[in-house]
Design a protein around this ligand. Structure first.
Ligand code: 8BR
Ligand code: GLC
Length: 489
């Protein structure tokens, strides 16, 4: 595989997409935003934390695989699991004691915009879309401060029953608390030892402790729903945050009510612009009932595009009844590129999607329905553009404008990514999914789908890893719609 060629393609795609962005009228980005308290875990932090417990207690708790953080030992157990495998995870906590405990025993280095919708709104605004409409049902005054100060960024504000679009800092709801998540970033090669068991962290990644305060609700304000036309014109919507839906609520409502109203919003958006494209950005969802409901009732048939990482592909397959494939994706991870491709294709089919964009460390795969209005070259440009954004975000932490995004152009393409693609080449050619030459272009032609696969740029020592997946999906989705609009203009 010619790495130089892929470098060149990255650069051309970046400037090509940059020219296309003005074709977009606007994007809606909902629902989740929070404050991320980011802590880079050092060796000293880790041994201090371990010293607070008996080693055997930690090991015993790991065996129970806590799916919620109820006490500090649950936290330690999930931190160990995440570090041992180098896999990102997000675990909810419904109790504020853990927040206090982390503040007292760990602390954080800095706070920044968190939550997929928050991160995506800021990024798209910085990429100079004409209009980005963020919608966060629990927008507090403190949270609003984390939105970039830009005149293309709006949030619905209800005044005397009427909806107006204002900057988020002028659209917050008074008397609402803030949702603060803890992001524990750890680095590759950190040595961990507990109760005589040792391991080396295989890659940079993070554990997220996601606060779920009681007041967190997945409700769209009645006025906003009724006057949804006031946020138009928009060409697309990027939706995320469904993971906060709970099975049961104190007022007797259940997840089914919240799932149904979420679908109503999607359907109303589409009725207001039948060309509108909807993307859902998935994340770690611990509760299997909720995970399945989100996939089969919100995403399937209602949504066009899905963005997710490799762990999320495995988790989605698992609740959809594909345990064996899920196992192959999770066990082999980066090296299991064939399983990942098969898994992503399965998701496209099971969920009746137009597009599934999987981002992995070193390569991205995008599975497409046949007959998509864009060519595979155009889809490839869209992915390459998002690879530059990922690299820029890994270098800088944040991307404030196109010039800052250009930093990503300097980052080299990952050797591991190239190797993964080489491993996959024979599978594709043997099954006549493409010729060798087509594979070199990144194009795959299945019997009932097409696909694009690219090697990507990976930063050796990332500033942080949290939010990179959001930048990838947002950049690619916005670029895709912009290209679709350019074509019909
Ligand atoms: P999630 O946030 O959805 O898990 O996505 C993370 C994505 O960030 C990975 O799939 C990978 O593509 C990208 N990424 C990570 Br993690 N570390 C990176 C790095 N150092 N350089 C570029 N991309 C990275
Ligand atoms: C999830 C987390 C949030 C984090 C985001 C990054 O939304 O809850 O804390 O910023 O993922 O993707």
């Amino acid at each position: 595989m010619d790495v130089q060629e892929w470098e060149q393609r990255h650069t051309e795609a970046f400037y090509n997409v940059k020219e296309t962005i003005p074709y977009l009228d606007g994007m809606l980005v909902a629902y989740n935003s929070n404050i991320d308290a980011i802590k880079h875990l050092t060796e000293a932090d880790l041994s201090r934390l371990i010293g607070l417990f008996k080693d055997t207690e930690i090991i015993e708790r790991i065996e129970t695989y806590p799916r919620e953080i109820k006490d500090p030992l649950d936290f330690m157990a999930r931190l160990f699991i995440s570090m041992r495998e180098g896999k990102a995870a997000e675990i909810p906590t419904h109790n504020s004691d853990i927040h206090e405990w982390l503040k007292d025993h760990l602390g954080f280095d800095y706070a920044r915009m968190g939550g997929q919708a928050g991160i995506i709104s800021n990024l798209l605004s910085s990429l100079e879309l004409k209009k980005v409409v963020a919608y966060i049902p629990w927008l507090s005054q403190e949270q609003a401060e984390y939105f970039v100060d830009a005149d293309n960024l709006f949030h619905p504000k209800i005044e005397n029953g009427k909806v107006f679009l204002k900057h988020p800092r002028e659209a917050f709801k008074p008397n609402i608390g803030s949702k603060v998540n803890w992001i524990i970033e750890y680095s590759k090669n950190l040595e961990v030892s507990c109760d005589g068991r040792n391991f080396t962290v295989p890659r940079d990644n993070r554990l997220i402790i996601s606060s779920r305060p009681k007041w967190l609700r997945f409700d769209v304000d009645k006025e906003v729903y009724e006057q949804l036309d006031s946020i138009f014109p928009i060409d697309g919507a990027m939706l995320s945050g469904y993971q906060i839906i709970k099975e049961e609520y104190e007022d007797g409502s259940t997840y089914k009510d919240h799932v149904a109203s979420s679908v109503q919003v999607i359907e109303k958006l589409k009725s207001l612009n039948p060309e509108l494209r909807i993307h859902v950005e998935l994340t770690s969802i611990q509760n299997r009932i909720i995970r399945k409901a989100i996939l089969t009732e919100i995403i399937a048939k209602h949504v066009h595009s899905l963005g997710l990482d490799t762990v999320e592909v495995a988790n989605a397959l698992n609740v959809l009844g594909h345990e064996e494939l899920s196992y192959l994706v999770i066990m082999k991870e980066e090296y299991g590129i064939t399983s990942l491709y098969q898994g992503a294709l399965q998701l496209l089919k099971d969920l009746s999607l137009e597009r599934v964009h999987v981002h992995s460390l070193g390569f991205y795969i995008c599975i497409l329905v046949k007959g998509h209005p864009l060519t595979l070259k155009e889809h490839r440009d869209v992915l390459l553009f998002s690879s530059i954004l990922a690299a820029a975000k890994a270098v800088r932490g944040d991307i404030g404008n196109f010039m800052e995004a250009e930093v990503g152009l300097e980052v080299p393409i990952s050797n591991d990514g190239i190797e993964s693609l080489d491993d996959f080449k024979l599978y594709c050619v043997d099954r006549k999914l493409c010729t060798l030459e087509e594979f070199e272009y990144g194009y795959i032609y299945g019997p009932d789908h097409d696909a694009v696969i690219i090697p990507t740029k990976v930063v050796n020592k990332p500033k942080a890893t949290v939010g990179i997946g959001d930048a990838i999906s947002a950049g690619a989705f916005a670029a895709m719609i912009a290209k679709m609009k350019q074509k019909i203009s």
